[in-house]
Design a protein around this ligand. Structure first.
Ligand code: ADP
Ligand code: MG
Length: 320
């Protein structure tokens, strides 16, 4: 794809499936997915070739809670399998809503269709994240319950800033998208591909080359960068629930960055302007994408997705 700016990888955040105040009914999921699909189709109609990825934090937590609550009847499964389940769940919502909006809008010739792939992403066995789990998943427990579960299952719990104790799992750094060459074939052939969902199913490679799932949740923005870079797209767009990247976020002197050079953004990153687990990985993913040869990275609000790609909204990160 030789870094063509008209090839875009779009990373969707939590608000592509649930908006504030939603209970998470099927109707909520469809309504939000259609809203995201409308933005994507508007971009496709402009002649861009689009690859889509998405997060899964809330949904992987829901599946783990289902497993926890029904464990006396149904043996609980592992977190890599839960991740695969969310790729099917959310990939289906996006594939169907995008293809129905394409049909409604009469987009025929430029797109073959929409396909969601079950996609594994490699992490390293010696990643320092294994000994420092940071990603909160599943339900909230009292300190007593947490201690009991920790002893029973070997899970690790940490106090959640919002109260109570929650299980934390490692979030290792992704470095290889296992099915990337198949995804590339589909994109080149005219398909809109939904891939690397939830940051991908985390796997490690054994000495004999075989793959094995691991209990972790990969950050979707960092995994999105791995996919964007290995596909060779020119543009990487992260759509979320805030209208851009801010310095001094949440403080009276907060300031939005409109256009920023990667070297300057890296300086702000090191100064700690971007919260870990939310804006931090988005900014890091944008920095990596540009340093790996990408032309432009954008971070902005999903509901202004079209304007973000046009550079009229959000934050644009450029080389140098
Ligand atoms: P997503 O589901 O899209 O990945 P996240 O909640 O992970 O969304 O990240 C977006 C959130 O990052 C925003 O809602 C905002 O509260 C938070 N955030 C933290 N630091 C910043 C910052 N410096 N600039 C903008 N947003 C920030
Ligand atoms: Mg996030």
């Amino acid at each position: 794809m030789s870094r063509d700016e008209r090839y875009i990888l779009i990373a969707l955040g939590g608000n592509a499936f649930q908006s504030k105040g939603d209970k998470g009914t099927p109707e909520d999921y469809w309504r939000n997915a259609y809203r995201a699909a409308e933005t994507i189709v508007r971009i496709v109609k402009e002649g861009y070739r689009v690859v889509v990825t998405h997060g899964n934090g809330p949904q992987v937590g829901i599946i783990m809670e289902w497993m926890e609550r029904s464990k006396d009847k149904i043996p609980p499964l592992t977190m890599d399998i839960a991740g695969a389940m969310t790729q099917g769940w959310l990939g289906y919502l996006l594939a169907q809503s995008i293809s129905n909006v394409l049909l409604r809008e009469g987009v025929k010739d430029s797109v073959k269709g929409v396909v969601a792939v079950v996609n594994q992403v490699e992490v390293r066995r010696d990643d320092p994240a294994w000994s420092n789990p940071t990603k909160y998943v599943g339900s909230w427990y009292t300190e007593e319950e947490a201690k009991k579960l920790a002893a029973e299952k070997g899970w690790i719990f940490k106090p959640d800033p919002r109260g109570g104790y929650r299980r934390v799992v490692p979030s290792p750094n992704p470095f290889n998208n296992v099915e990337v060459s198949a995804i590339k074939r589909l994109v080149d052939d005219g398909w809109i591909v939904v891939a690397s969902g939830g940051g991908g199913i985390p796997v490690v490679r054994n000495d004999d080359g075989s793959l094995q799932g691991v209990e972790a949740v990969i950050d979707k923005d960092l995994a999105g960068e791995v996919l964007a870079t290995s596909l060779g797209v020119g543009t990487f767009v992260i759509l979320t629930d805030v209208d851009g990247v801010y310095l001094n976020f949440g403080k009276p002197d907060q300031k939005k960055l409109d256009v920023v050079m990667v070297s300057e953004l890296e300086k702000y990153y090191k100064e700690g302007h971007f919260a870990p687990g939310s804006m931090g990985p988005k900014v890091l993913a944008a920095i990596r994408f540009i340093k790996n040869g990408g032309k432009r990275a954008m971070i902005g609000h999903l509901y202004n997705g079209y304007e973000v790609i046009k550079g009229r909204s959000g934050t644009t990160v450029l080389p140098i």
